[in-house]
Design a protein around this ligand. Sequence first.
Ligand code: PEP
Ligand code: CO
Length: 510
Amino acid sequence: MEKTPKVIVSNPSKLEPSDGAKRAAKLRSTSNDMVAAGRPQNLGQLLPQVEEAVHQKRPEWTPTTWQDYPIKQDVVYDDETKVEAALEKLESLPPLVHPAEIERLKQKLSDAAEGKAFLLQGGDCAELFDYCNEDRIDSQLKVLLQMSLVLIWGSKLPVIRMGRMAGQYAKPRSKLTEMIDGNEIPSFRGDNINGFDIKSRTPDPARLVSSYFHAAATINHVRSQLANGFADLRRPLDWDLSHVQKDHVRERYQEVVDRITEGLAFMKTIGADKSADITSVDFFTAHEALLLEYEQTLTRNLRDPATNIKKWYNTSAHFVWIGDRTRQIDGAHVEFFRGLANPIGIKVGPSMEAKELVELLDIVDPNYETGRVTLITRYGGAKIRDLLPQHIKAVRASGHKVVWVSDPCHGNTKVSPVTKFKTRYFDDIATEIRLALEIHKECGSVLNGMHLELTGDAVTECIGGSQALEDKDLVIRYDTVCDPRLSVSQSLDIAFLVSDWFQGNKQTEV
Ligand code: PEP
Ligand code: CO
């Protein structure tokens, strides 16, 4: 008699959120700290255990210890169970980046801190889910790649390319609400919190999971492009310089592009173009890790393949940074960041005291690892002279070996006098980056990188540059939903300017 095979049907195991995720979900539906949101300041009344932890040695870190600390820029959701469900789902999803990649970046940043590499960070202020499409990702990759070639040519250093992309979905805001047509509505806080459309401004926990999938799709496209020849430097890149208004500037740019092209052609002729380095390049992802409940779910205890030691990697990106509004020593963000094995960034704005900066480094870099921390200074062109030298001096005396990066965008945001748009003047940005280079040199230090808000598209959000955009031009293509970004040509202008500075060749006044 024939035996009927027995079919065993089992249901997939049910997802269960960790206790830490449950607690985070609960906090998100009860907290109302946002009223205090603003520039860094002490967080006021602290819980007794936090008071102790802030001022003495902190207890052992876990991905959830931040929950005991006061938090800025908090998000409050209506429905705790939906937050719990979202966090539970996120906890079950695979890492977005691999520990080996994070470790490779760490090594490169340690080189940068020693002045042996230059870091280029760039991308949108607020990345939108809608930006997750082939054209936009490609144009972003292309502008960063071209800028990196110009910088390599000028600085003679390897350039570490890092996009503010595949996760730059949460924005700190100085005002929680805005007036639209006479109505006060919640501000847009980034696609992983609420929507830019005025009908979608209520924080929606489903966006947390959506963030993961958009980041995954973005990083997947970046990886597939880079693995399949997008950055093959033997291919001619199209460098359209027709927009450049001044003849002598265009000639200078053309000269640099010709030299780069010749260099690559020469390598091809002598057969030195066979190495993997020229057909693909490393590219890293970065974002401001603002939404800690999201970041917590992707922080995993994984093995460093080189040492086999388990570490807590935040696998939402290779590199994450703390914004200038959430860097309080006694706050949740600093607590969360201190335990991550990833290299981390800290934005350093004008209100940062030198002493406070060192205290912060003592907390997040207790082992004095070269290049663990990238300090991204963003003072504004008018303030950098007063502030940067004292920060350089204090950090040097502290023994922490950091990567010094200039963000010449965030301290130079203005309202345009004619169109009243939120804008930035190219000349202010150029001034801050030039001064950063000069001041580091004067102080016996080196600027190790730059951090820019930019796009690979021909937007009209910042005034000036080689294309000579004017205030009245802002209306032509003002696409940003947050801060104004450098257009593709203004981004290249900055790369040429920095490259020229390294060459000791300062005549290119754009
Ligand atoms: C940003 O980088 O978009 C940002 C908000 O910057 P900062 O924290 O320096 O203000
Ligand atoms: Co911004």
